[in-house]
Design a protein around this ligand. Structure first.
Ligand code: OGA
Ligand code: NI
Length: 186
């Protein structure tokens, strides 16, 4: 993809992410302009993933199981497949459809919604023969934004994006895992 196409995609993904985030906020009593106030195009990011063929797919992940840190993620993928979601303790494969977008809830929406929306655990399985491409748009607030549950009693302590990120960096260093929201449970 050329640079201008990527930029155009990011602008559209940002627009869509904001609309979806606002739509999901409607039943929760979150202010209509919450996302506009706390997110900017430069606080979000687009990651282009390339998964090369892997000779030992049973020993290796494309991406290890994780939750995304953001409010929500918009994933566009090619026809190869490999993305799986954890549902009721089981891994479920997402049928690849290059014409569809996959939208995942991230940690920040789980905290903001006080657990009404769940940050989904997902992973990418490696493929022995075929390389795979995907693009993930991470809809994030600015670093200073303090994420606070929209209802009481709060399940989570309030935290800024900056604090959350610093905690992840510490945990990854110490344990190899980001740990995530459970660190902020009350
Ligand atoms: C990610 C991710 C999924 C995919 O980048 O966080 O989960 O299908 N990507 O590449
Ligand atoms: Ni992810």
């Amino acid at each position: 993809m050329v640079r201008s196409t990527i930029e155009e995609y990011a602008v559209k993904a940002n627009f869509l992410a904001q609309r979806l985030a606002e739509y999901l906020a409607q039943n929760l009593g979150i202010k209509a302009n919450y996302f506009q106030e706390n997110c900017s195009p430069s606080s979000s990011s687009l990651r282009m993933n390339r998964y090369p063929p892997c000779p030992y797919p049973s020993m290796m992940f494309g991406i290890i199981p994780h939750t995304d840190t953001d409010f929500l993620t918009i994933v566009s993928q090619d026809q190869v497949g490999g993305l799986q979601l954890k549902r009721n303790g089981r891994w479920v494969s997402v049928k690849p459809n290059p014409k569809a977008l996959v939208v995942n809830i991230g940690d920040f929406y789980q905290a903001l919604s006080n657990g009404v929306y769940k940050s989904i655990t997902h992973r990418v399985i490696a493929n022995q023969e075929t390389e795979r491409y995907s693009a993930a748009y991470f809809y994030c607030p600015t670093y200073e934004t303090v994420i606070e549950s929209c209802s009481k009693p709060s399940l989570y302590k309030k935290f800024s994006f900056k604090e959350y990120r610093e905690q992840i960096q510490k945990d990854v260093k110490a344990t190899g895992d980001k740990v995530g929201l459970s660190r902020f449970l009350l």
